[in-house]
Structure formats: structure tokens, C-alpha cells
Design a protein around this ligand. Structure first.
Ligand code: S3P
Length: 422
């Protein structure tokens, strides 16, 4: 599928932000290990979350779906799948499910698409093996022979919520306490949800400890909007919204709001309306108006708080006055694509002044962008980031292989068309 975007004079209006992908994955996975059925309102209907659901179905979990509510009915005992579980494009599915499989006495293989098959799995295999599971595969397919685990204290080299969640989920059924240290704090949805389900979790700086727990309460939750999807409109608004652009129902969990700190650095105003709490997560409607001038720096502990937003923030940087520096973001090289390589090549093709570094970018702005043909390369966030670049570029920007946008934002194109004033 191709997405063609032309320059917009302005953007304005209102978008109801699609549900949070990280929370939808976790609601299915944690619903599958609760001690009764859980009910989830408004889960994300993207392909990544469907992968989690299909894998869990193959393990015996049942899902009842009326189009608005999904009820997760856990299996009394997990079944032995007859074929490898297909995680599609979703690293979250593979890494978090590994943590659950590690403590169950089965041998299960998980596979993925071409992109997932290149992504590193040693980061979860190592702690799970230390806990007593037998995990093989540095990249997918990954085979997990589960069994009785014992708690460990583990220092993760990367600040990764997927690694942290994997180890915490394994720790639920280990003997003794499991402690996970990460270099800087990553998103904390797993900790919040497990605590609400009655697990014993303590957080001390960048360390999280979990005690074994076999009795987790089922839950009812409404999934709020994903700030990683709102990010595309926040950047479009910072560049083009003469009248306010309003983003309804965004999860503003502080471990996810690095993009708001960056928008503050560049001089754009984001007004929080209607602040509320939904299922232990802070939620607000965000209103953005155009005013982005100053360049920004992303480094250190800010990186995990906006890791998925960096491609679109690189687009923003091309329009700012001066030098933007993004560093400490080596993780971008092992996302759905090598996002440092793909973003810098695409932006250069559009006329931007971008240098790719080992762990980020140096971007000189402002540069006028010209329309180009960009291959989304099987990466949803690349497709969407370059669609936003197309809004400020001359001529037509053609995003090829844009189907991957379905993994996280099925109605992206209609939302884009709804806010554009040309
Ligand atoms: C996610 C964590 C992040 C993020 C990914 C979703 C999650 O990955 O990039 O899109 O749901 O836990 P890492 O934890 O590997 O950084």
C-alpha cells in the first residue's frame, strides 16, 4: 500500500487518539494469568496486539469480543501449542510472552516476520536462563523450555521495558524474590498493572523487585490513548496548527512523556485539558498550537521516555533554527528497522541536513523539505514519521510499503486527512 501526502497549509481539529499499544498487550497477557476473566474496554485493534491475542489463544486463553469490550478468559492450564507461535512484527509479544512461558513446563517456539527475526533476543534469554529456563535463539525463532525458576538479581544493560517486563513476569512464579535494575527508568505499565492485580512489587529508583504471586486479581480496564500515536499529531501541530489541534484521551504517564519535554524545549505550547486518572494511568486531552523554533537535545534518561517518538522528532528538528542533537539512543538501531539509518537516509533524500551517528543524529535546521519517495521498510513509525514530513514538504511525498502502519495505527490515514487544511 502507498500513502501519498502533499504539503498542508495548516492543521487543526480534533483526533481521538487510538488506544495504547503497550497497555493493550499487557492487558491481554496479564488477563491470561489472572484468576478469573478480565474485561478490557477499547483495546487497540492493531496487528501487533492481535499477534499477542493469537499467541495466547494457541496456549488456551479464550477471548470474547463484542467490538468494544474484550473479555479475556484464562485457561486453567496452558496447552501445548501444536505449531510455533507467530508474533508477527511484535517484539513486545515475543519478549513479554517469553517471561510467562519460562515458568511453565512446556517447550514452545516463537517466530516472527522478517523484521522481528533480526531483533536481539539474548537480552531476555540471558536472564531467563539464569533463572532456570532453557532459552535458545539469539534472534527469532526463539525456543523456550520452561520449568521451575528461581529469583535472581539482574542488571540489564539496556533501559528496556520489554526486558524489565519479561523478567518481572518470570519472577511471578519463581522461588524467592526477583530484582531487575535498569540503567535508566523505562515505561512502568507492567509494574502498575501487576500492583493493581495484587502482586507484591517494590520500586527503588531504577530497580524493581517482585515477590512470587500465584493469585492475581482479574481486572476491568479502559485503555487510554497512546502518546506514541499522538506524537505524530503533536509534531504536525507544533509546525502547522494556527488554530489548536486537540488530541483526546492521551495517556500521560510520566515514563512516556519525554516528547512533551522536547516540545517545551522547542517553544511549542501543549495545554493539558481535562486531566483524569483511568485505571492507574494519568490521562489528559492535549491541545497544541504552532510555535516550534528552538533546536533540542535528547540524551540520557530522556531517551527511554520517548524512544518510539525519535523518528518524528527528527522530522521536527529539520524545521528548527539551529543544531539538534540526539544521542544515547543506540537502541534505535535494533527497533523494527535500524531507525537511525532509515530516518537519516529518508530525511536526506528530502533535502534535510542530517548526520547519523552511532547512537543518534545531528540535525541542522531549518531546511526546506522536498517531496520524495520513501520506503517505510516494514516499520510503522517510519511510515508515519515521513507522512508528517510530507505535510511540510514541497510537492508529493510517497510512502511506499505503508501497510506496516496497521501494526499500531489502523486509521492513521483517515485521521491525517481529517486535520489537514490545504
Ligand atoms: C515497549 C517498550 C519499548 C518500545 C516498544 C514497546 C513495551 O521497547 O520501543 O515500542 O511495550 O514495553 P524497549 O523496551 O525494547 O525499549
Amino acid at each position: 500500500m502507498k500513502l501519498v501526502v502533499t504539503r498542508a497549509q495548516a492543521v487543526s481539529g480534533e483526533i481521538v487518539i487510538p488506544s495504547d499499544k503497550s497497555l493493550t498487550h499487557r492487558s491481554y497477557l496479564l488477563g491470561a494469568i489472572a484468576n478469573g476473566p478480565s474485561r478490557i474496554e477499547n483495546p487497540l485493534r492493531g496487528e501487533d496486539c492481535e499477534s499477542t491475542r493469537h499467541c495466547l489463544e494457541q496456549l488456551g486463553t479464550r477471548f470474547e469480543d463484542d467490538g468494544t469490550f474484550v473479555t479475556v478468559i484464562p485457561a486453567t492450564e496452558w496447552s501445548q501449542p501444536t505449531e510455533p507461535l507467530d508474533c508477527g512484527n511484535s517484539g513486545t509479544t515475543m519478549r513479554l510472552l517469553s517471561g510467562l512461558l519460562a515458568s511453565r513446563p512446556r517447550t514452545v517456539t516463537m517466530k516472527g516476520d522478517a523484521s522481528l527475526s533480526r531483533r536481539p533476543m539474548k537480552r531476555i534469554a540471558k536472564p531467563l536462563n539464569e533463572m532456570g529456563a532453557v532459552v535458545t535463539g539469539e534472534t527469532p525463532p526463539l525456543t523456550i523450555q520452561g520449568g521451575q525458576l528461581h529469583g535472581i538479581t539482574y542488571h540489564s544493560e539496556v533501559a528496556s521495558a520489554q526486558v524489565k517486563s519479561c523478567v518481572l513476569l518470570a519472577g511471578l512464579r519463581a522461588e524467592g524474590k526477583t530484582v531487575l535494575h535498569e540503567p535508566t527508568k523505562s515505561r512502568d505499565h507492567t509494574e502498575r498493572m501487576l500492583t493493581a492485580m495484587g502482586a507484591s512489587i517494590t520500586v527503588d529508583g531504577n530497580a524493581v523487585a517482585i515477590e512470587p504471586s500465584f493469585d492475581l486479581k482479574p481486572f476491568e480496564m479502559r485503555v487510554p490513548g497512546d502518546i506514541s500515536s499522538a506524537a505524530f499529531w503533536l509534531v504536525a501541530g507544533a509546525l502547522l496548527a494556527e488554530q489548536p489541534l486537540t488530541l483526546i484521551g492521551v495517556n500521560v504517564n510520566p515514563t512516556r512523556t519525554g516528547i512533551l519535554d522536547v516540545l517545551n524545549q522547542v517553544g511549542a505550547t501543549v495545554v493539558h485539558r481535562n486531566p483524569r486518572e483511568e485505571n492507574g494511568e494519568p490521562v489528559a486531552d492535549l491541545e497544541i498550537t504552532r510555535d516550534a523554533t528552538k533546536p533540542f537535545v535528547i540524551e540520557g534518561s530522556l531517551v527511554p521516555r520517548l524512544i518510539d517518538e525519535i523518528p518524528v522528532l527528527a522530522v521536527l528538528a529539520t524545521q528548527l533554527n539551529g543544531e539538534t542533537i540526539i544521542r544515547d539512543a543506540r537502541e534505535l538501531r535494533v527497533k523494527e528497522t535500524d531507525r537511525i539509518g532509515v530516518v537519516s537516509a529518508g530525511l536526506r533524500a528530502m533535502g534535510a541536513n542530517v548526520e547519523a551517528t552511532e547512537d543518534g543524529f545531528v540535525i541542522q535546521g531549518p531546511t526546506p523539505l522536498k517531496g520524495a519517495t520513501i520506503d517505510a521498510s516494514g516499520d510503522h513509525r517510519i511510515g508515519m514519521a515521513f507522512a508528517i514530513a510530507g505535510l511540510v514538504a514541497d510537492g508529493h511525498t510517497v510512502i511506499e510499503n505503508a501497510d506496516s502502519i496497521q501494526t499500531s495505527y489502523p486509521n492513521f490515514e483517515s485521521h491525517l486527512r481529517s486535520i489537514v487544511k490545504s
